[in-house]
Design a protein around this ligand. Structure first.
Ligand code: MSP
Length: 526
């Protein structure tokens, strides 16, 4: 993609039955990093996130808390979900709630269109339903528990709770018509579902044949009303998936819709089937383009299991950011876990990487270089003299780090993009040790050489500020100001990172980029 192109990226919308944990924050950060990166390529990037507020799960939690689902959703959105974005520094362009009028209208328009075109019929549903997943289940998806509270009962393999037996008159979407079309899509657009592990699972699933999908419920009324039969509400997933198009003006603002759609969609692998099977089938039925790509990322594990609130392993993002800050939160999850695979979280690993990579690696490099320019050149960035092979090697690494990270971002390999940039951090640290500017400063005959060494490292810092800005927006903004960067850092182009050079002044860093934190290894708290 090139400058000026539209890049629309969306996170799943989060259930408001509870407060956010770091698993939710993980998807948000990844999407935000990609959006910021594409913005710095000069593309018209648009990041959407939001909340999923209908359905039985939300209704039941509200009733259990003696409130209405709308009141509970309003409170959780205002007190927890919107503040989360601030906590982890997400620069989203829009926030959609499925209770927004714009969304409910779009759902009704979309459904009516499918109904008018013969993709929907009335039928009878009899089968299992897991309220935790908000999903109709096949026998294969269930297990019999050998012990515990539900001993001998059929439970959902994900939630370990009993499923319910449903027998209802429902409206059905003729999803079975789309099996072959979906297989053709996976074949002709091999990067539609990523990574390969998720793609294989999806292809296998669709090859077994698709059933029609029950898309309405009549036993409760917390949802969008089916436009031609108000005794039914729309199935929560059918409703929720439409957020990606309702937010960009589906049915009301054709110009905006045409400019943004299709989106790149990041989802946890647990909900990849909804996004890579049901969602494209719905879009095909409506005659709309399918997403550009659906990327299923892995789970954050705690004690070897998917971290979740219901299993009491949830960790609130603020538990981490209160001590380490939002930049460290973003960096840790983006660099320590291969995007697309599961990863274990531990306080020890977080503190160790904070100390080694952010405080000692990057932060220390920045403060040393800036302090030396202040000390030896009164803050004036010296001119480059003749370059030696060591200086040329740094210039080559600036170029390589820029090119490699940019390529990895297109493959959703965020952790590899970061390691490519870190090659420059490590090389700059090695270069300073080897060039010994403090020794050069003692010999007036080596003044020009000292200038070249410091100018080379300041240039390297400029490259780092630009390339790391999507992941570490706060620290890099401080660094950018300190090295006298011109203009907003977030507006600097990724391509320009490779040859950044500047002949102004540095100022002192207002504080170290990543202050030393004494952490209690057991509790993880400062
Ligand atoms: N509301 C649906 C999505 C509808 S999108 C049209 C939903 N919500 S959720 O709140 O349960 O999950 C939202 C996202 O958080 C999912 O992508 C899910 O994979 C992710 N995560 C929840 N727990 C997680 C981990 N422990 N680790 C990583 N991501 C996790 O599903």
């Amino acid at each position: 993609m090139s400058a000026g192109d539209s890049f629309y990226i969306a996170t799943p919308i989060f259930y408001v039955n509870d407060v956010p944990h770091i698993g939710h924050a993980y998807t948000e950060v990844a999407a935000d990093v990609l959006a910021r990166w594409h913005r710095q390529r000069g593309e018209d990037a648009w990041l959407l996130t939001g909340t999923d507020e209908h359905g039985q799960k939300i209704l039941r939690t509200a009733v259990a808390n003696n409130t209405t689902p709308q009141e509970r959703a309003d409170r959780l959105v205002a007190d927890s979900w919107q503040p989360l974005l601030e906590t982890i520094d997400i620069a989203n362009d829009d926030f959609i709630r499925t209770t927004d009028e714009r969304h409910e209208k779009a759902v009704a328009t979309f459904l009516q269109r499918l109904y008018d075109d013969g993709h929907i019929y009335a039928g009878e549903y009899e089968g299992y339903y897991c309220v935790g997943c908000e999903e109709y289940k096949q026998l294969d998806d269930l297990v019999t528990t050998p012990d515990g509270e539900y001993k001998g009962q059929l439970v959902c393999a994900i939630h370990s709770r009993p499923v319910e037996i449903l027998k209802e008159k429902n409206y059905f979407f003729r999803m079975s018509d789309f099996g072959q079309k979906l297989l053709d899509l996976y074949e002709s657009q091999p990067d539609f579902v990523q990574p390969a592990s998720v793609r294989n699972e999806i292809v296998q699933f669709v090859k077994q044949g698709l059933d029609d999908l029950s898309i309405s419920r009549s036993s409760f009324d917390w949802g969008v009303k089916v436009p031609w039969d108000e005794t039914h509400v729309v199935y929560v997933w059918f409703d929720a998936l439409l957020n990606y198009v309702s937010a960009i003006g589906y049915g009301v603002d054709d110009e905006q819709f045409a400019k943004r759609w299709p989106a790149v969609q990041l989802v946890g692998k647990d909900i990849a089937r909804f996004h890579a099977v049901i969602w494209p089938a719905m879009l095909m039925a409506a005659g709309l383009p399918v997403p550009r790509a659906v990327f299923g990322h892995g789970w954050l594990l705690v004690g070897g299991e998917k971290m979740s609130k219901s299993k009491l392993t949830g960790i609130a993002p603020s538990q981490i950011t209160d001590t380490f800050g939002s930049d460290a939160f973003r960096y840790y999850f983006m660099s320590a876990i291969t995007f697309g695979q599961d990863g274990s979280f531990s306080w020890e690993d977080l503190s160790a990487r904070y100390q080694a990579e952010l405080a000692n690696g990057f932060g220390n490099l920045a403060s040393r270089v800036i302090a030396m320019v202040n000390k030896y050149f009164d803050g004036e960035i010296p001119a480059l003299g003749e370059l030696t092979a060591s200086d040329e090697a740094i210039v080559a690494t600036q170029k390589r780090a820029t090119e490699k990270s940019n390529t990895f971002i297109d493959k959703f390999a965020i952790n590899e993009a970061l390691s490519s940039v870190w090659e420059l951090v490590d090389e700059l640290n090695g270069y300073i040790t080897e060039q010994e500017p403090w020794a050069l400063s003692k010999d007036p005959a080596k003044r020009e050489r000292l200038g070249t060494v410091l100018a080379t490292t300041v240039n390297g810092l400029g490259t780092l500020a630009i390339l790391l800005s999507p992941v570490l927006p706060k620290a890099t903004a401080k660094l950018w100001t300190a090295i006298g960067g011109v203009g907003e850092l977030s507006e600097q182009r990724i391509d320009d990172a490779q040859s950044w050079s500047h002949s102004g002044r540095v100022t002192a860093l207002e504080s170290s980029l990543f202050p030393r934190i004494e952490v209690d290894a057991e509790s993880g708290t400062a």
